[in-house]
Design a protein around this ligand. Structure first.
Ligand code: NAD
Length: 412
């Protein structure tokens, strides 16, 4: 898995959208260039007194349609290229769902599992203070991603607020509820993946009741997707984490409880799976919900699922995409399928701005409205232009950003 290829993937998707939209070479130059890139050194005093240096990143890919918005990832493999790629995808995702945001991404090249709680807090706070000049509720609003959660967001919000001299809840989303978080944010990405799955099943004429699902990645997105789909009557037959997969468990709660207690997916009575075995199961729906580059030229030929719903960002390389399209598998692309997270982040930011908080039912109903509207737009564009759903989703997002550029003009 090369991180460079995530940027190649994102750039090739943009190139295709620019071609399909018949945009100019000038548009390509503008759209393919990140607006602002920051690399910072993040020193950490370990609990034993040693000081270690980590690389931190924040990329504000676009601010044309509003403040930039995107997650903070703690993962040893992240680098600037991958962060640029993920910030680019956030830009098209926010435009596709018509949120008043640009796109951003950030993170630290660190394995969060090697940090104690106090080390994690110090690292998060120092990273926040290093990127502080460029973030803020009107500038750039971070959120959780791989390796971070609401605890990290609470520390980020506190670090920013202490420096401002007053509470600024709107500087991050995905916060704990008591600090101005939104009801429904924790499960939002999974809820959105589930809505996308139900719609994709409708398009394919498959009854959701009893439809089978395999999920790669059992973190925040994988788990909440599994719960939501089980509630819709689908059968989750397999899940995996970084160490491998498992099938044959009774239900999601059984395997999640075992995972929380024992730290592995080997529930008594279940069978172990390799990553490739999970991807190649004969299921109705395959949901990659881990990292990028899971579905490649090498892994795609063995995929038997009828539908792929991309919970992860950039899980499919262009080579993998070509194989899947040839096989006639319906792909709900990442910028549509996993947009539930940023949609409810937007609700959280709106609630923080207004100091007025919504009920869980309001959050869910508004999330459903935006997801369904975006889904219909992509479905119609794919049909009318005879393109894949990925191409359609990118065409809509990229066209909106290009139009905003045109209307704003060029300064000076
Ligand atoms: P997480 O850290 O909560 O979970 C990641 C999961 O992936 C873990 O179970 C981990 O063990 C597993 N994993 C890591 N490497 C793997 C591998 N090689 N094979 C199989 N499993 C592997 O992260 P998350 O927040 O669930 O994010 C997962 C994906 O969804 C990422 O691509 C992220 O960018 C994307 N995403 C997240 C959100 C969000 O709100 N958290 C929103 C949109 C998209």
């Amino acid at each position: 898995m090369t991180t460079e290829s995530t940027l190649d993937t994102a750039r090739s998707q943009l190139r295709r959208a620019v071609e399909l939209l018949q945009l100019s070479e000038n548009d390509w130059q503008t759209l393919s260039t990140p607006r602002r890139i920051l690399e910072v050194a993040v020193p950490l005093r370990r609990d034993n007194g040693n000081v270690e240096m980590y690389k931190g990143f924040r990329v504000q890919y676009s601010t044309t349609r509003g403040p930039s918005k995107g997650g903070v990832r703690f993962h040893p493999d992240i680098n600037m290229d991958e962060t640029v790629a993920l910030a680019m995808l956030m830009t098209w995702k926010c435009a596709l769902t018509n949120l008043p945001y640009g796109g951003a991404k950030g993170g630290i090249a660190v394995d969060a599992h090697t940090l104690s709680l106090t080390e994690n807090e110090r690292l998060t706070r120092r990273y926040t203070s290093e990127i502080l000049p460029i973030i803020g509720p009107e500038r750039d609003i971070p959120a959780p991603d791989v390796g971070t959660d609401e605890r990290n967001m609470a520390w980020m919000m506190d670090t920013y607020s202490v420096n401002a001299g007053f509470s600024v809840p709107g500087v991050v989303t995905g916060k704990p509820i008591v600090l101005g978080g939104s009801l429904g944010r924790t499960s939002a990405t999974g809820d959105g993946v589930a809505i996308s799955t139900i719609e994709a099943l409708r398009v394919k004429g498959i009854d959701p009741k009893g439809a089978t699902v395999a999920i790669q990645g059992f973190g925040k997105v994988g788990y909440w997707t599994a719960i939501a789909l089980e509630n819709f009557g689908l059968k989750i037959v397999a899940v995996s984490d970084v160490h491998g997969g498992s099938k044959g468990f009774k239900n999601v709660t059984e395997i999640w409880d075992h995972y929380q207690t024992h730290g592995n997916l080997n529930v008594p009575g279940s069978d172990k799976l390799t990553q490739d075995e999970l991807l190649h199961l004969d299921v109705d729906v395959l949901i990659p919900a881990a990292l990028s580059d899971a579905i490649t030229e090498k892994t795609a030929p063995g995929i038997k699922a009828k539908i792929i719903v991309e919970g992860a960002n950039a899980p499919t390389t262009p080579g993998g995409d070509a194989v899947i399209n040839d096989k006639g598998i319906l792909v709900v692309p990442d910028i549509l399928a996993n947009s539930g997270g940023v949609i409810v982040s937007y609700f959280e930011w709106v609630q923080d701005k207004q100091n007025y908080f919504w009920t869980s039912a309001e959050v869910k109903s508004n999330l459903n409205d935006i997801m369904m509207r975006s889904f219909k737009e992509v479905e119609e564009m794919a049909k009318s232009k005879k393109v894949s759903w990925r191409e359609a989703a990118h065409m809509i997002g990229v066209a909106r950003v290009a139009e905003a550029h045109r209307l704003r003009g060029l300064y000076p």
